[in-house]
Write a protein that binds this ligand. Structure first.
Ligand code: TGC
Ligand code: FAD
Length: 387
């Protein structure tokens, strides 16, 4: 049976023809190329690197970036791409999010002309891979406390420090590394192979197994002065990138929830207990209805957020609300749908448990659920409860 994407409120009608076309193309690619291989990659803890050229060919890397050979799609079209990618696996969406929103976006907006010309076309074509190094072993929710330092020495900046939990970290040809220069947060481009720069994959994960999560160690790493991104100073630099990526996550987790719902609904129709399809029991119907209701709300929220973003007016707090809400309910839906599948739900024959485990990371990265609660609490009361 082909995938039946839930669209209870006819949201398709609110999309442009181009948006639907892009969404359907990615949906088909995920069906044909991601779903047949992703379970095996997940079990093996590997990222399907052979899919990178195909993602590039489809124009999915940095699809929202304008200029430098990139398509400059609107926020809704870009969001729909991420929704479909995460229907496949959060690791595939993470790869695209980091490349597009956390590497290409800062290079496009804060980079020098030379940096843009050097990296953006290559990153878009998948010829180069990027990562974003903000989190440190001792500074996750509080990136302002970062200890990584850059010091100017003649015609070089010398960086020292460590970054942890970095998506695409060991695969990356270029790392956007945030470090303090004279006490102020600045962004540097550090290339693979630079002496003193170690990119080490982190193992033993139960979540996001089909994704490269790595640590970056910087020991007297000397980069040319031209590797500093000149366009921004302070913590708002990385936080602005996070606003881009968090918006994409809100769309992505909706895709994961849609995948779980679709799988659980069809399972409930074919699985018989007590002489009836389990979908005929009220409790199972209740679970499916809750899932559909939350998916529908997510879809409407994302669409509205996307349209406001396209008008250039979205606030970081509006994005926080969508990221927080989406992750929370996607995880709830994945857990509920896994239960609907009974014992089968814990196997790699089905998607639900893989999505459920992935979503534990997604609700944690790019600001935990509670950090987004505090961001919103601050917005509505004016009172900072972080400290
Ligand atoms: P605070 O004093 O509030 O702000 C410092 C400066 O930043 C500005 N700002 C923002 N700018 C843009 N977007 C936002 N969302 C912003 N939030 C704050 C603020 O106006 C100020 O600017 P200026 O010019 O006045 O200096 O900073 P704080 O130290 O109190 O921290 C605030 C807090 C806790 C909200 C923030 O640090 C935070 O969001 N923490 C969570 C950390 C996080 O999300 N890390 C993500 C790491 S990357 C990642 O997880 C990638 S996973 C990718 C994948 O695989 O998909
Ligand atoms: P902590 O900050 O130590 O938080 C621990 C707990 O304390 C959380 O529940 C948190 O909500 C709570 N807490 C913290 N402060 C407060 C407070 N003030 N009030 C109430 N509760 C609080 N980072 C990158 O830079 N780049 C990446 O590409 C990247 N990819 C990632 C991929 C994966 C798979 C994962 C799991 C993480 C990734 N991260 C990345 C890191 C991620 O952003 C951090 O894990 C996240 O920001 C939380 O930081 P922490 O893990 O250090 O938790």
């Amino acid at each position: 049976m082909p995938y039946e994407a839930p669209d209870f409120y006819g949201i398709d009608e609110l999309l442009t023809e181009d948006e639907r076309m892009i969404r359907d193309a990615v949906r088909g690619w995920v069906e044909d190329r991601v779903l047949p291989v992703i379970s095996e990659h997940y079990l093996n803890g590997t990222f399907p690197t052979d899919l990178i050229p195909e993602m590039a060919e489809l124009g999915l890397l940095g699809a929202g970036i304008d200029g430098y050979g990139c398509p400059g799609l609107g926020a809704v079209a870009y969001g729909l791409i991420l929704q479909e990618l995460e229907r496949g696996d959060s690791g595939i969406r993470s790869f695209a999010s980091v490349q597009g929103s956390l590497v290409m976006w800062p290079i496009r907006h804060y980079g020098s002309e030379e940096q843009r010309k050097r990296w953006l076309p290559a990153l878009h074509k998948g010829e180069a891979i990027g990562c974003f190094g903000l989190t440190e072993p001792d500074h996750g929710s509080d990136p302002g406390g970062m200890e990584t330092r850059a010091v100017k020495q003649g015609d070089r900046y010398v960086l020292n420090g460590a970054k942890m939990w970095i998506t695409n970290g060991s695969m990356a040809d270029v790392a956007v590394v945030w470090a303090k220069l004279d006490g102020v947060v600045r962004g540097f481009l550090v290339e693979k192979g630079t002496p003193g720069f170690l990119q080490r994959s982190m193992g033993k994960k139960f979540s996001l197994r089909a994704s490269d999560t790595s640590e970056l160690v910087l020991q007297d790493v000397a980069v040319p002065l031209g590797n500093l991104m000149p366009g921004v100073e302070g913590l708002r630099g990385p936080l602005n990138c996070l606003t881009q990526a968090r918006a994409g996550i809100a769309w992505g987790v909706c895709g994961a929830a849609m995948a779980c719902y679709d799988e659980a609904r069809r399972y409930a129709l074919q699985r018989t207990q007590f002489g009836k399809p389990i979908g005929q029991f009220q409790i199972i119907q209740g679970k499916l209805v809750e899932a559909l209701a939350e998916i529908t709300k997510m879809q409407l929220l994302n669409l509205r957020m996307g349209r406001i973003k396209e008008g250039g007016k979205v606030t970081p707090q509006q994005v926080s609300l969508a990221k927080r809400n989406g992750c929370h309910f996607a995880l709830e839906i994945a857990r509920t749908c896994r239960q609907i599948l009974g014992a089968n739900g814990i196997t790699a024959e089905y998607q639900v448990m893989r999505h459920m485990c992935n979503l534990e990371s997604v609700i944690t990265y790019e600001g935990t659920h509670d950090i987004h609660t505090l961001i919103l609490g601050h917005a509505i009361t004016g009172l900072d409860a972080f400290r």
